[in-house]
Design a protein around this ligand. Structure first.
Ligand code: FAD
Length: 277
């Protein structure tokens, strides 16, 4: 079996000092030999400049970096100019998304689906970029049905995506079942599990409720009891997530994409426990 591919996701810091700290984080993560780092993009273009500056900084420091991108309300020419700047920087990987509209403008914002962004990138830039799209083992909250969710995923692949990164989940069976369903819908690209290290209780519960990721009751209950004991909570989280990743990799997952929340410790520890890097 080939060595699984690891990647790490960051959000763009607010300040130059924050970007400098992020380089230290990336250097700490680089010991595990990741394939790339990715940088999120605030929907509606709200982090357009910050995401770009973060990508520049990481690339200048020799880190292969994949910007996330979504249409928001931008024109095609605005997007093409931004992507052209990424191409000139030497970017070779990109994550194409619909994005979530910032709160408050949801009802009025024009929805531009991820498949149309994949189309646009392929039309203007051919095969310059390795393109990833998002996939949802536990089904996207907006999906009409789990079947439709997979149909729309297939549309993103048919538009030219090379692979998928999943929303995070804590139940390995949801991933394996999803893979079987994708394959039966002739989606043959790699589907890399997105993994959220567990490092706190309240933030995780809030975020998971928002994006439709299920925290199994046994984990939620244990975390609630450890909420005031950060060291034990971190140790429990690392153990649970290491076991999850072990099952995924043993079951054939092509790699792991870590949602780092810009903190290196838990991701590095989990990668080391897995013997990666
Ligand atoms: P799409 O695939 O366009 O659509 C989402 C869902 O809508 C589909 O799963 C499907 O069920 C349904 N759908 C699609 N097309 C149709 C149609 N024609 N008719 C009816 N229903 C349809 N968000 C950010 O804001 N910034 C980021 O940087 C970011 N990075 C992410 C990275 C990963 C790996 C993942 C998994 C998610 C990320 N997100 C990010 C969150 C993502 O933007 C949201 O989940 C968003 O709600 C959906 O984006 P998408 O690209 O999956 O959308």
């Amino acid at each position: 079996m080939s060595q699984p591919q690891i990647s790490y996701e960051f959000f763009p810091p607010q300040t130059e000092a924050g970007r400098t700290r992020l380089i230290e984080t990336a250097e700490a993560l680089a010991v595990t030999d990741p394939a790339y780092f990715s940088v999120t993009y605030g929907a509606g273009g709200s982090t357009r400049t910050r995401t770009y500056e973060t990508v520049v900084k990481l690339m200048e420091n020799g880190m292969t970096t994949a910007p996330h991108l979504s249409w928001g309300d931008d024109s095609e020419s605005t997007l093409v100019s931004l992507i052209e700047k990424y191409r000139e920087l030497g970017v070779t990987h990109m994550v194409a998304l619909r994005g979530d509209p910032p709160s408050g403008i949801g009802a009025t914002a024009r929805i531009r689906r991820a498949h149309s962004l994949v189309n646009l990138i392929r039309r203007h830039f051919g095969n310059t970029f390795n393109l990833y799209v998002a996939a949802y083992p536990e089904t996207h909250p907006d999906a009409i049905s789990p079947e439709d969710d997979i149909r729309f995923l297939r549309k993103k692949i048919e538009s030219g995506a090379d692979g998928c990164i999943t929303q995070y989940f804590f139940n390995a069976d949801s991933y394996f079942y999803f893979i079987d369903r994708c394959r039966s819908h002739r989606i043959e690209t790699p589907i890399v599990p997105g993994i959220m290290p567990i490092t706190n209780y309240e933030g995780l519960v809030k975020f998971s409720d928002g994006c439709g990721a299920d925290i199994p009751r046994w984990i939620r209950t244990r975390l609630a009891h450890l909420a005031d004991n950060p060291e034990d909570l971190l140790a429990f989280g690392i153990e649970v997530v290491t076991n999850l990743c072990e099952r995924l990799l043993n079951g054939g997952a092509p790699g792991i994409h870590f949602y780092t929340l810009n903190k290196p410790h838990a991701s590095v520890q989990i990668a080391r426990n897995l013997g990666l890097g």
